[in-house]
Ligand binder design. Structure first.
Ligand code: SAH
Ligand code: SF4
Ligand code: F3S
Length: 438
């Protein structure tokens, strides 16, 4: 029997790509196993966003060096595959398949070549016009479905590998997106999350009048859909209509992830982010003026080349102004092919670490304060599961906060159901509460 194991690194786009890859393999008669030892085909779907992420796959492959020639086949997929291409065969000679995400439309063909005994096959073309869609997608979560609406990225942020690893932007037609949303609802999904590196630049290739806000409005009307989310938004392409759409329809979740990266105009310019601090803050004002309580989250990079202490302070002051619900923060990591490599004046590692710690401590204080303001409020959650360790149910609010709660034994909720929970306690990263029983 043909067996495979897959491990996935990186962002939600990668997680969802793996669901499509798993579907494609199952469709070819493979069955999934839970350890690399038990598998005939071992796949790593890789991330290259920071150096640490890239190193993970080479560590994994190193562990299996002895297996070379013993019949086990190794494949590297995703962003490191696209970035390193055939060089992977030199670093890890036991690898047989190297395929970037823009070539997954050819995955079935490549697998056929491997099955026919070819030793090395690659899918590395970036000039595809197509997006990878498959009716065979095997989704991991039975209630919340990821759905890619746009692939690739046409921005050229100075630090970022994504335009090189995922290629140019390609939007799906609204018709195919909406058909899939309807199909997902028919299958029992109540939450859909639209994915793209920059969902805001979505535009229907056949009907250019349908932009991202229009697509959200249309999808939000699909009967039976309870929640619609999206990630990620680029601030430059974030328009007021997106907030208006959220305002109009409670199915659209009250959460916007709007990565700022830095609060300093000079750093934003060096990063080629295409917006200023003021322009970013204008978008924050639109969101805060909404009659819905829209949670705002972000990403921050500290220690970008040449970042001075006063530029760093600008990031801290912006954090005070916005008061994000949560954030991901990173030390700048130099990446292959990116234009930031030509900048000098690198911030020393210890200084990056110091700045990261300051950002994270400030954010923790903000979250402690903001989460404590939630105590006493009633929130609707989707039940995600039960935590045996704590005896609590795990819920997710529309704002994408985790809200763990207790429920009377005789009223045990079902995973996937929606119910109201009163928040009784808060911690920096989550809320706790009790199910309302009236
Ligand atoms: N498309 C998204 C970002 C995807 S990458 C956007 O434009 O916002 C996710 C996050 O990783 C980025 O927001 C950024 O904060 C971080 N990141 C990307 N490249 C990085 C690098 N070279 N070093 C450190 N962090 C990086
Ligand atoms: Fe990277 Fe910038 Fe594209 Fe986001 S918008 S994926 S940070 S290049
Ligand atoms: Fe990583 Fe590629 Fe996503 S680099 S963050 S897996 S787009």
């Amino acid at each position: 029997m043909k067996t495979f194991y897959i491990e996935t690194f990186g962002c939600q786009m990668n997680a969802h790509d793996s669901e499509k890859v798993v579907g494609t393999l199952v469709g070819r008669g493979y069955s999934q196993v839970q350890t690399p030892d038990a598998a005939g085909l071992v796949l790593y779907n890789t991330c290259s966003i920071r150096d640490k992420a890239e190193q993970k796959v080479f560590h994994r492959l190193q562990q299996f060096k002895r297996e070379a020639g013993k019949g086990k086949v190794f494949g590297v997929l995703g962003c490191v595959a696209q970035q390193e291409g055939e060089k992977i065969f030199e670093r890890a000679p036991h690898v047989s398949l190297v395929c970037g995400s823009a070539s997954y439309t050819k995955l079935s063909e490549l697998l056929f070549q491997i099955e026919s005994g070819e030793r090395r096959v690659t899918g590395l073309s970036l000039d595809t016009e197509e997006t990878f869609e498959t009716p065979l997608t095997r989704r991991d979560n039975p209630h919340r479905a990821y759905l890619t609406i746009i692939e690739g990225c046409d921005k050229s942020c100075a630090y970022c590998v994504v335009p090189f690893t995922r290629g140019p932007e390609r939007s799906r037609t609204a018709e195919s997106v909406l058909a899939e949303v309807r199909q997902l609802v028919d299958m029992g999904y109540t939450e859909v999350q639209f994915l793209g590196q920059n969902v805001n630049s979505y535009r229907d290739p056949t009907r250019p009048g349908i932009d991202f806000a229009a697509l959200m409005r249309l999808a939000g009307q699909v009967p039976g859909l309870r929640r619609l989310r999206f990630t990620t938004s680029h601030p430059r392409d974030f328009v007021q209509e997106i907030v208006d759409a959220i305002d109009e329809n409670p199915v659209l979740c009250n959460h916007v992830h709007l990565p700022v990266q830095s609060g300093s105009d000079s750093v934003l310019a060096r990063m080629r982010r295409l917006y200023t601090r003021d322009e970013y803050m204008r978008r924050i004002e639109w969101i805060k003026r909404s009659h819905r309580d829209i949670a705002i989250t972000t990403d921050i990079i500290v220690g970008f080349p040449g970042e001075t202490e006063s530029e760093f302070q600008s990031t801290l002051s912006l954090m005070d102004m916005v008061e994000y619900e949560s954030m991901f923060s990173f030390k700048y990591s130099p990446r292959p092919n990116t234009s930031a490599l030509t900048l000098d004046d690198h911030v020393p590692e210890e200084e990056k670490t110091r700045r990261l710690t300051i950002v994270q401590e400030k954010q923790r204080a903000i979250q402690i304060r903001r989460n404590s303001e939630m105590v006493g409020r009633v929130q609707e959650v989707m039940v995600e599961g039960f935590n045996q360790g704590t005896g609590q149910w795990i819920g997710r609010t529309s704002q994408h906060r985790t809200l763990n709660f207790t429920a009377p034994v005789e009223r045990s909720p079902l995973a996937g159901s929606y119910l109201d929970v009163r928040v009784t306690r808060s911690s920096p990263n989550s809320l706790a509460g009790e199910m309302l029983t009236l």
